[in-house]
Design a protein around this ligand. Sequence first.
Ligand code: SF4
Ligand code: SF4
Length: 361
Amino acid sequence: MAPLYYSITTEEQNVSLTILSKSAFQEFVARLLPHYRVVGPVPHDIGYSFEEIQDVTELRMEYPTTILPPKKWFLPPKETLFKFTRKNGGVIQDPPETPPTVILGVHTCDLHAIQLLDTVFSSGQYDVHYMGRRKKTLIISIECLSPCDEHSFCKDMGTLTADEGYDLHLTDLGDSYAIDVGTQAGADLLQNYSSSSVATKEEIQKLNAVINAKWPKFSYRLDFDVSELSSIMELSMKSPLWEELGNRCLACASCTNVCPTCFCFDVKDEVELDLVTGQRVRNWDSCQLDDFATVAGGHNFRASRALRQRHRFMRKGKYILDAHKHLGCVGCGRCARACLVNITPVSTFNELYRQQETGSH
Ligand code: SF4
Ligand code: SF4
């Protein structure tokens, strides 16, 4: 994939490309705070997470990765879909409306994942809960200039940059940010709350230099081109690797819980002891849990961990692509960091490729 801005020249200077000094960016965020719920990367003892901030000093725009992806602001781990009561002839109460929200500092891998989720939740059964939050949210993403760590493989998956999916997109030029405007809402945000200026010839040259310098810092980690992944997976249904992964897997669901592209959920009614009021709740679910595929009569159609590992990786490498035209894995590496037994997408995909190359299954 061609790097963003790679070919921008002063003659082609895009009027949407503007500059905000770092101090002006702080002022911009401070001006947003009274009008928006502002969410961004915040440090904790064990890593970073996307949290609502009250003050711009809480933000860390130069963070490696977050434990959970920004997905949690569109699809919370647990949410009330509605409350109900049998009083007054039966009443259904909708949850409170989402306030207008700005999410800052979204990396491009997560941006690609959000685009997948937008497709999933807006097609077929339109999900008013996800889409309601999504429509109230502006995304200000940031270009990654170095890998998060050794688990990232965004370059392989084509998510190391993005040319859509954001309202504003920042590139760190050292003492300022170059800002690409992605939507009219993003342009309005800049105009109403910031003192940005149109990029000069020198700033565009600096931007091109920064972008050109970033690509060699990221290495390819897959032994094949990602365009082959779907067919590799298709031919891997009977691979002995699934049994091996199943024997190691703890069925803890950490991998799916941290994944920006996993979207399975469970819905339950919670009824109060008075048997009059209650709520319908939605929780994240995981295909890696032992009873995920248990259906009526107690039958579990994916009872073994080997089958569930196969299902997980088939979704990441093939099924989601077939169904939604987006890859089901964006190469963020979160599942590899989270897995206690070192089951990783890179080692799994590479081993399946090796088996096919050597004819060993
Ligand atoms: S499968 Fe792993 S590397 Fe791929 S998007 Fe999910 S968490 Fe990230
Ligand atoms: S994190 Fe690792 S051990 Fe836990 S369910 Fe996922 S693959 Fe299995």
